[in-house]
Design a binder for this molecule. Structure first.
Ligand code: T4K
Length: 407
């Protein structure tokens, strides 16, 4: 138990953990089931190109997402590129796609990669999600699509975005990279807009090493995307589309299926960790776990807090240093809003105050099956001590403390 600043590892105390506690440790599921699946793959000598495990994985993801089609791909960034490419066929290079300021750079890159311009929208200060009230003002004759991003298990305001997209005849996509298993009310994330994209990156709630999927109820769109991911080949073997190679392979699907098998247990564990974080941080002024609307199901895959610098005298990045010295490898998701990324700076770059504020405050703390309630208690203890001595920690840090090196 830490009592004062001298107990913090950054200032010479003993680190709270011997081994690193990382955000984003993979949900690998039962290793023997994975190896059994891999043996089948190797025995069958069918490693890629729409194999049986990819089929099974797609069926299970489609069922979970409540949609007719799941088109699996090699990662979510390429999935987004494929959707933006589909929207771009109706326009010309330089057309625009509206995206939120708060997201992973992949959302903006997917737009730019297909020759379109990301137009960045501010977010709701409470949820961090794209603010539909600000979207309409960004629509121009060149706008082709809106991409909403569901973050930290929360769904965007899908109904308002659908109304705007209908009214202006725009495509509406959702970057649901971290949102498999979450719902909007009773409806699973997956069926909103024209299509949604999941990521199965190693750090996601369901992992396939690398992987992603586009889910949709649009039969024609699904057909085009299946062709695009496989060099443009249509069902009759003729090239129908400008294609690429975006296929998921059988080893990835084996991991994806095994990770899916463990999804419900993982969610239950994460939910319990979230409640432990909430109660352990309840008395810590200025460090606040995000609160979620109980009408929607959250996988609690990310244990998000905001750190209020002025209230604690401790900037999020100083707390990050404190935690890392304790071998608690928290992550600042997300530290840079999209309109401040170098490739997207232009003369129209204006302040987007809510996204900028949140980018200075958000912190993801470790959770997942390998993080116990006791671990959460220890992490919160470190946070409590640092927050209670915020100005002192900040001043000592500035003066260049001796202590465990920051990793
Ligand atoms: N849209 C959104 C909203 C996204 O969040 C993402 C990805 C995408 C689109 C694009 O999806 P993909 O194209 O990747 O399918 C990580 C992930 O690489 C990235 O997929 C994810 N979002 C993002 C939020 O997190 P980094 O740069 O933070 O990764 P890194 O290497 O720092 O690892 C994060 C933490 O996970 C570390 O503490 C280490 C730990 N980790 C990582 C790996 C790879 C493990 O414990 N094991 C592992 O195997 O981006």
């Amino acid at each position: 138990m830490k009592h004062g600043i001298q107990d913090l590892a950054l200032f010479g105390g003993t680190p709270a953990f011997v081994e690193n506690h990382r955000v984003g440790r993979p949900n690998q599921g039962d290793r023997s089931r994975f190896l059994e699946r891999m043996n089948r793959v190797l025995d069958g000598e069918w490693l890629s190109n729409n194999g049986p495990l990819v089929h099974e994985f797609e069926e299970r993801v489609a069922e979970l997402a409540g949609v007719r089609h799941c088109v699996s791909v090699c990662n979510a960034t390429v999935a987004l590129q494929m959707l933006v490419g589909d929207a771009a066929t109706a326009g010309v290079p330089g057309d625009e796609v509206i995206i939120p300021a708060l997201t992973f750079p992949a959302t903006a890159h997917a737009v730019a990669w297909r020759g379109l311009r990301p137009v960045v929208c501010d977010v709701d200060p409470l949820t961090g999600l794209i603010d539909p009230g600000r979207v309409e003002a960004l629509i121009t004759p060149r706008t082709r699509a809106i991409i909403g991003v569901h973050l930290w298990g929360q769904a965007c305001d899908v109904r308002r975005l659908e109304k705007i997209a209908d009214c202006y005849r725009l495509r509406l996509y959702f970057d649901a990279a971290p949102a498999l298993g979450c719902t909007h009310g009773d409806t699973p994330i997956g069926g909103f807009g024209d299509a949604e994209v999941f990521s199965f990156h190693a750090t996601k709630v369901v992992n396939s090493f690398e992987g992603g999927a586009i889910v949709t109820d649009d039969d024609a769109l699904a057909g085009r995307l299946r062709a695009v991911r496989n060099f443009g080949f249509g069902p009759d073997g003729r090239v129908e589309e400008v294609g690429t190679n975006a296929k998921l392979n059988e080893a990835a699907a084996a991991m994806g299926l095994t990770s899916l098998d463990a999804l419900e247990d993982t969610i239950a564990h994460n939910r319990a960790n979230y409640e432990t974080y909430r109660s352990a941080l309840a008395g810590v002024a200025g460090v606040r776990p995000l609160e979620y609307d109980a009408r929607h199901r959250n996988t609690h895959h990310y244990a998000m807090v905001t750190v209020d610098g002025p209230a604690t005298g401790l900037h999020r990045d100083v707390l990050l240093d404190v935690l890392r010295a304790e071998n608690i490898l928290a992550q600042p998701y997300f530290a840079q809003p999209m309109h401040r990324l170098r490739p997207y700076l232009d003369e129209s770059t204006a302040a987007l105050p809510w996204a900028e504020e949140l980018c200075g405050q958000l912190l993801a703390l470790p959770t997942g099956p390998k993080v116990s309630a006791e671990d959460v208690g220890i992490i919160c203890d470190v946070v409590r001590v640092a927050a209670a001595h915020g100005p002192e920690v900040t001043a000592t840090r500035r003066a260049g403390p001796v202590g465990t090196a920051v990793q």
